[in-house]
Design a protein around this ligand. Sequence first.
Ligand code: NAD
Ligand code: G6P
Ligand code: MN
Length: 443
Amino acid sequence: MSKQSYAVTIAGGGSTYTPGVVLMLIADREKFPINRICLYDNDAKRQETIARACEIYVRENAPEVKFEYTTDPETAFTGIDFVLAQIRVGKYEMRDKDEKIPLKYGVLGQETCGPGGIAYGLRSIGGVLEILDYMEKYSPNAWMLNYSNPAAIVAEATRRLRPSSKIINICDMPIALMDIMANMCGLHDHKDLVYGYYGLNHFGWWWKVEDKAGHDLMPTIKEHMAKNGYASENADMQFIDASWDATFRKAKDVYAVDPNTIPNTYLKYYLYSDYVVAHTDPKHTRTDEVREGREKNVFGTARQIIEKGTAEGFGLKADEHSEYIVDLAMALAENTHERFMLIVPNHGAVENFDPTAMVEIPCIVGSDGYEKICQGTIPQFQKGMMEQQVSVEKLAVSAWIDHSYQELWQALTLSKTVPSASVAKQILDDLIEANKDFWPELH
Ligand code: NAD
Ligand code: G6P
Ligand code: MN
């Protein structure tokens, strides 16, 4: 695709992550040149606050970059090279229900795991497909980098329903965790590591971590995990909220279940769901924490920038967690052949696992897309857990396609977080009522 410069549209322009992505695009334009940034959202009012602040920042720091925001798909998706998608269908109002409804029945409530993740999945599929279709209609050669959650369910839906589309699904959790691992080993960040990993999104394990010279770093990382999990004095700033701190500490117990591998933090929701429920206030869940923290800060700063008419003096700096998105776009545009953890169709990359599963594994990315790195055969424990979880995700997508109550009940019943078919049914009936503006009508 190598061009002189690129046009990027951010879908979900009103997202709390948008300023971080815009700042990173501006900061990185030496290595990834851009000529246009367009924000697109279907909520004009929410987007406007973020967009007007970003507009001021871009004007002050990169006046040569054209900045626009719109709710019109044709304007947003015409003449572009990349879509960075970060939509939340139903917004925090619905995330709140995803988290609180299961808790009424003693089942964990989480954005991407268990019944909450399934509910969110059935809202996200249509939204992400709509954006993909706009992109293909107005800019058929563009790439969509999707990190709208729940990425596992969205990825399975796009595999089934848009198999030839130029979409790559990604997650920042493995990168954040590898930054912590690098730190444990006295290295700078994830780019200093060579790794082996297999799993589903928010559901995987590292089996190999080495430095660039081929030294095995697993013994150092294991020692740290056994003592502290991912907790460390230099813990990453994005994760300073109390709930993330608890998750990093709990990784110690997750690691103990299989000390041969290093687990993703999200496995805590499956392996210690009773503990998670016991330590959750059913009236104050992660959504409340995000609204009182990240959302309030991001929108508060944006309003102040608009009021003052300048972004100077706010100490704004590019969000490191947006770096991987820009790096991935650059790898596709400029054929860098860098290693990325992506969510891709298995087809033998994990040898003894469903070839039709969307697995999260390391890949090499260049201008033709990605090449998967085979991860060999996986142990019985991980295989068993992944078979169960991939079935949950596949049944959820089938339920959306077939409008099937039965398949959705099976998906919930099969989730390791749900104790029985009867509890699954009660939660499902509540979720159907709460999601009637978003889900297909189930029969
Ligand atoms: P947010 O609610 O602040 O922003 C989402 C935006 O999407 C809102 O402005 C909303 O109006 C918009 N939107 C909803 N439906 C839309 C549609 N159909 N078309 C266009 N716009 C639409 O949410 P947030 O907390 O900033 O998170 C944004 C998304 O990024 C979520 O899906 C979140 O889970 C995801 N995320 C993923 C990763 C990852 O690792 N994959 C990391 C961070 C965030
Ligand atoms: C991690 C996950 C994302 C998730 C994000 C924010 O980075 O990989 O998938 O969306 O955390 O979660 P939060 O609870 O802060 O909105
Ligand atoms: Mn993620």
